[in-house]
Design a protein around this ligand. Structure first.
Ligand code: 44T
Length: 851
C-alpha cells in the first residue's frame, strides 16, 4: 500500500522548491516575453509554444495571461485550419484545455472547429460544457441551440409526449416479461424508457444499447435518477457490434426496440434484428421450441409490421421535387436540362440518393388528394429470421392499383402498423391522431402524369438494400401499358409497335432521344433549391427590383455625362457604356446572377460552385441570349472564401450585391449583418444591397403542438419514470421548419412588426426592442411564430410566409405560457443577438400606445 500521507507532503515540497527556483523563474519570464514578441510579429505558433511552456511552469500567471493566451490560440488555430493541419489544431486545443479546463471561451471555440469538421456530437458536448460553466454566454448558447436539434432530435419529445404509444409499449413489455421473458435487451434505448419498463415489469436482467453518445449519456443520467443504475447495463454501442459474452453475458429472451423511422427500415431494423437473432437472442419459439419455456426462447417486440402505400396528388410535394415552371424571372427554362431533387427511388439503388423524404401528410399546406385506396405493400415478421434475411432477395413485387380519382401523380405515401404483439399495434397512418410522419416517395417524371378513374397504376415494391423502395412504373389505360420510368427500353418499343400506332412509336423514339440528353443534363438540387426555383414571386420581385436599380444607375450616369442623350446613346459613350457589376452571394443554387445579366449592361458574378450547376447556368445563359462573358463564376477565381466580397477589379465597385438573408428553416442567416456591412463598403455610389431591408413580423398563438415538439410536457412522470428534466435540457426556445399555415393553433393577436433590419445602414439597427401587442382573444400564449417581409428595392417585397415560398417559418416557444384576456396588452422584449432572435413576453400592467 502506498503511504497515503506521504504523497501530498512530497508534492508540497516539490512545489515549494519550484517556486524558489531562480532558473525556472528566469525561463518563465523569458518565455512570457518571447510569447509577446512573437505575438507582435504575428508568429502565433511560436507564441503559443512559449505560452504553454511559461504557464505550465508557472500557473500563477494563468489569470494574468489568459486573454493573450486565448488570442494566440485562436489565431494559431485559424492558421492551422487554413492549411488543413487539423490534428495539430485539435492537439493545440487539448493542450490549452489542460491548462484552462474550465475556460468556456476555449471550449466554445473548440466546439466550433469540431462542428465545422462534422463532429457534431463532440461539438455539442463542448458547447454544452461551456454553457454550463457560464449560462449567460451568448455565443455558446447560440451554438448549443444550433446543434441541439442534431443531438437530440425533436421526435424524442413527441414520442415521450405520446402517451398512447408509451402505454402500448409498456403493456406489451410487461406481458412478455410476466410470461417468462426475463432477460431483455433494448436496442436503441434513447432515454432508456423501454429498458426501464422491462426492469419495472420484473425482468431479472436488462441490457440497453445506444449508438449516439449524447443519448447514451442522457440514458445513464435518467437510469441513475430512477434508481436503476445498478440493474440496467447500458452500453454505448451499435447493437451490430455487440457480442456474447463480451458485452452481455448470455443471449436474451426478449429484444425490445423502436428503431424505426417513417419509412420503417431507415434506422436499420432489419440488419439489427438479423444480427440479434444470430448473436444476441435465444432461439425463436417455433417448431421444436413451440412449447418451450419463454425464458429459454427468444422473441422481439415489435413482433412485426405491415406497410401501406397510397398514390397522391400534392402540389406541396411536387414543387419540392421537380420543376413546375417554364420561366424563372425573365429566363426561359426550356434549356435547363432535367432539374430535380435527389430523392429518388430508381430501380437501381444508388447510395447517394435517399429513396424518400418524410412529411406529416395531414399538415401539408394545400393538403393532398388520394388517387388510389391505401394498399398493403409489405408484411414482415420480426420473429422470423429467414424472412428477414429473405427480404433483400425477395422478387420485386408488382402491384396493380385501381385509380379512384382524377389527378396528377406526385408521390407514393407510405406508413405502417407496428404489431407490438398479437393484440396490440401502433399505426403511423396519415389519418391517425399521432405525431408520426409518413414516408414520401416522389415521382419525378418531368411532364406531370395525369391519372384518371379506370386507369390502373403499376407499383413495384422491393427491398434490395436496407430501404424499402416503392416505385410507380406504369399506368394501364384502355388495356395499354404506359411506362412512367423514363428509360425507355426495347420492351416498351415492342409493346407500342404491337399496338401499332405509328405516331406513338415516333413520339416514343423522340422521347428516348431526349431522355438520353436528359440523363447527361441531369442536375440534382436540394428540395429547398427546387422549391426556390418554383418560387415565382421571389424571382419576379427580384427581376423588377434589378430593372429599377439599373434604370436608376443608368439615368444618373446619363445626367453626369451631360444631359439630354437618351439611354440608347449612353451605351456608346465611354462612361455610361460601362457595365454594371452584380454579385450574387446566395448559398447553393441561384439564378439571380443570370436574371441580373439578362437585363443587359450587366456583368454578373455567380457564387454557384458545383460544376453541374454551373453547366446549367451556362446552358441557360446561352439559350436566353446572354453573352458568355457576361456571367462569371466568382468562386472559380477565389483561393479562399475570405476574399468573397472583393471588388471585381481595382477600379470598379459593385453596383449590386445580392445577399441570401433567410435560411429555408425560417431563421436569419448567420453573420448576415456582418456581411451587409462589408458589402456596403464595396458598393459604388448609388449601388445597392438586395434585399435592402427585412421586417420581422410575429403573432401571439396558443399551440399545444409546438409545446409537444419542444419539451416533455406536464408534471406527471413519463410511465412513472423521471425523464423530463433530463431530456428537457435539450429544449431549444426557437422552433424551426414550421409551417404556420397548417400549424394547429389559436391565433391570439394580429400580426405585429417585431424588428427591422436595415441592410443598407446597419448602424441604425437596434438589438433590443420593446413591442406592444394586444390580445384579440383570451388564451395561453405558448409561442410567437415569426416570418419576414424581405424588401428588395423600395416597395418591392416578398414575404417568407407566402404559401408558394421556399421558406418555412420559425417560432419562439415561451418558457412559461402566458395567460391573456381579450384586450390585454402584451409587452414583448425582442432581442437580436447576432442572427438569433429571442423574445420574452409579459402582460403590460400599464398599457399605453405603441412606441
Ligand atoms: N422516429 C419516429 C423514430 N439506434 C426514430 O441512435 C416519433 C418520426 C418519428 N442504437 C415523426 C415522429 C416520430 N444500435 O437514439 C436513436 C438511435 C438508436 C441504435 C444501437 C442500433 N442498431 C441502433 C439503431 C438506432 O436508437 C434510437 C432510436 S432510432 C430512431 C427512432 C413519434 N417522425
Amino acid at each position: 500500500m502506498p503511504n497515503a500521507t506521504a504523497r501530498p507532503k512530497h508534492g508540497r515540497r516539490a512545489r515549494r522548491r519550484r517556486r524558489e527556483d531562480p532558473a525556472r523563474n528566469e525561463l518563465v519570464s523569458s518565455s512570457l516575453e518571447s510569447a509577446q514578441q512573437c505575438l507582435f510579429k504575428q508568429d502565433y505558433g511560436t507564441a503559443f509554444v512559449h505560452y504553454l511552456l511559461a504557464l505550465n511552469l508557472a500557473p500563477v500567471f494563468k489569470d494574468f495571461a489568459r486573454e493573450s493566451f486565448r488570442f494566440t490560440l485562436f489565431k494559431w488555430a485559424e492558421e492551422l485550419d487554413s492549411v488543413g493541419r487539423i490534428q495539430e489544431l485539435f492537439d493545440s486545443y487539448e493542450q490549452a484545455l489542460e491548462l484552462f479546463p474550465a475556460d468556456e471561451v476555449i471550449l466554445n471555440s473548440m466546439g466550433e472547429h469540431l462542428f465545422r469538421m462534422g463532429f457534431r456530437d463532440e461539438a455539442a458536448g463542448h458547447f454544452h460544457k461551456a454553457l454550463k460553466l457560464r449560462p449567460d454566454y451568448p455565443e455558446a448558447r447560440e451554438n448549443f441551440y444550433r446543434v441541439a436539434n442534431w443531438l437530440v432530435e425533436r421526435w424524442h419529445f413527441l414520442m415521450l409526449n405520446d402517451h398512447g404509444r408509451n402505454r402500448k409499449y409498456q403493456q406489451a413489455i410487461q406481458k412478455a416479461v410476466q410470461s417468462g421473458c426475463n432477460t431483455v435487451l433494448d436496442i436503441g434505448t434513447g432515454t432508456g424508457i423501454l429498458g426501464m419498463c422491462a426492469k419495472k415489469a420484473g425482468a431479472a436482467e436488462v441490457y440497453a444499447c445506444e449508438l449516439s453518445k449524447t443519448m447514451y449519456e442522457l440514458a445513464c443520467e435518467v437510469v441513475a435518477a430512477n434508481g436503476m443504475d445498478g440493474s440496467i447495463k447500458l452500453l454505448h454501442m451499435k447493437s451490430l457490434e455487440m457480442e456474447v459474452p463480451r458485452d452481455i453475458p448470455h443471449r436474451v429472451s426478449l429484444v425490445v426496440t423502436e428503431t424505426v423511422d417513417a419509412g420503417l427500415f431507415g434506422e436499420g431494423i432489419i440488419e439489427s434484428l438479423i444480427h440479434a437473432w444470430h448473436h444476441l437472442l435465444l432461439p425463436p419459439q417455433r417448431g421444436e421450441n413451440e412449447f418451450k419455456d419463454p425464458s429459454a426462447t427468444g422473441r422481439v417486440i415489435p413482433a412485426g409490421a405491415t406497410v401501406f402505400g397510397m398514390a397522391v396528388e400534392c402540389m406541396e410535394i411536387r414543387r419540392h421535387h421537380r420543376l413546375c415552371v417554364s420561366e424563372v424571372g425573365s429566363l426561359s427554362m426550356a434549356a435547363a436540362g432535367e432539374l430535380r431533387s435527389p430523392v429518388s427511388c430508381s430501380s437501381e439503388p444508388d447510395d447517394s440518393m435517399e429513396p424518400y423524404t418524410t412529411e406529416r401528410l395531414s399538415r401539408l399546406p394545400g393538403g393532398f388528394k388520394a388517387l388510389t385506396e391505401p394498399f398493403t405493400a409489405l408484411n414482415i415478421d420480426f420473429n422470423n429470421v429467414q424472412e428477414l434475411e429473405g427480404l433483400s432477395s425477395r422478387e420485386v413485387q408488382q402491384i396493380r392499383l385501381p385509380v379512384i380519382q382524377e389527378g396528377e401523380l406526385d408521390a407514393l405515401a407510405v406508413w405502417f402498423q407496428l404489431h407490438l404483439d398479437e393484440e396490440s399495434s401502433l399505426s403511423t397512418g396519415p389519418r391517425e391522431d399521432t405525431c408520426w410522419e409518413q414516408a414520401v416517395y416522389p415521382v419525378h417524371s418531368t411532364r406531370g402524369f395525369g391519372l384518371k378513374p379506370h386507369d390502373e397504376l403499376v407499383v413495384e415494391v422491393s427491398c434490395r438494400d436496407a430501404y424499402l423502395r416503392l416505385c410507380s412504373v406504369a399506368v394501364i389505360r384502355d388495356g395499354h401499358e404506359i411506362r412512367l420510368d423514363k428509360h425507355l427500353d426495347l420492351q416498351l418499343l415492342k409493346s407500342i409497335s404491337n399496338a401499332n400506332p405509328e405516331a406513338e412509336l415516333c413520339s416514343a423514339l423522340a422521347c428516348l432521344q431526349t431522355d438520353q440528353n436528359q440523363t447527361k443534363d441531369l442536375c440534382m438540387l436540394e428540395c429547398s433549391e427546387m422549391a426556390l426555383l418554383n418560387h415565382q414571386d421571389y424571382h419576379q420581385g427580384f427581376c423588377s427590383a434589378m430593372a429599377k436599380l439599373i434604370f436608376q444607375l443608368r439615368s444618373k450616369c446619363e445626367k453626369r455625362s451631360g444631359g439630354n442623350s437618351d439611354l440608347g446613346e449612353c451605351v456608346n459613350s465611354t462612361d455610361c457604356g460601362d457595365l454594371l457589376y452584380v454579385l450574387d452571394v446566395s448559398e447553393g443554387f441561384s439564378l439571380l446572377s443570370l436574371i441580373a445579366a439578362s437585363q443587359g449592361h450587366v456583368k454578373a458574378y455567380s457564387s454557384v460552385e458545383k460544376n453541374k450547376q454551373q453547366d446549367v447556368l451556362r446552358r441557360l445563359a446561352h439559350s436566353n441570349n446572354i453573352p458568355e462573358q457576361r456571367l462569371e463564376f466568382w468562386l472559380n477565381h477565389m483561393e479562399d472564401e475570405q476574399g468573397m466580397l472583393q471588388r471585381p477589379s481595382r477600379e470598379k465597385l459593385w453596383s449590386a450585391i445580392i445577399l441570401d438573408c433567410v435560411e429555408t428553416c425560417g431563421l436569419i442567416r448567420q453573420k448576415l449583418m456582418e456581411k451587409a456591412s462589408l458589402a456596403r463598403c464595396l458598393l459604388e455610389e448609388g449601388g445597392h444591397i438586395f434585399p435592402e431591408r427585412i421586417v420581422v413580423h410575429g403573432m401571439l398563438v396558443e399551440s399545444d403542438m409546438l409545446l409537444l415538439e419542444s419539451a416533455v410536457q406536464g408534471q406527471e412522470p413519463t410511465l412513472g419514470f423521471n425523464i423530463a428534466p433530463f431530456i428537457n435540457q435539450f429544449t431549444v426556445p426557437v422552433h424551426v421548419f414550421l409551417d404556420f399555415s397548417t400549424l394547429e393553433c389559436r391565433r391570439l393577436s394580429e400580426s405585429v412588426e417585431l424588428f427591422v433590419l436595415d441592410l443598407m445602414n446597419t448602424n441604425a439597427n437596434y438589438t433590443n426592442r420593446e413591442v406592444k401587442v394586444q390580445a384579440t382573444s383570451a388564451g395561453r400564449v405558448t409561442a410567437i411564430p415569426f416570418w419576414y417581409h424581405i424588401f428588395l428595392y423600395q416597395e418591392i417585397s416578398v414575404s417568407t410566409l407566402s404559401q408558394r415560398s421556399h421558406w418555412k417559418q420559425a417560432a419562439v416557444v415561451l418558457q412559461q405560457p402566458l395567460q391573456v384576456r381579450a384586450g390585454d396588452w402584451v409587452r414583448l422584449a425582442v432581442k437580436l443577438y447576432k442572427s438569433t432572435i429571442s423574445i420574452a413576453a409579459h402582460i403590460d400592467e400599464a398599457p399605453g400606445p405603441m412606441e
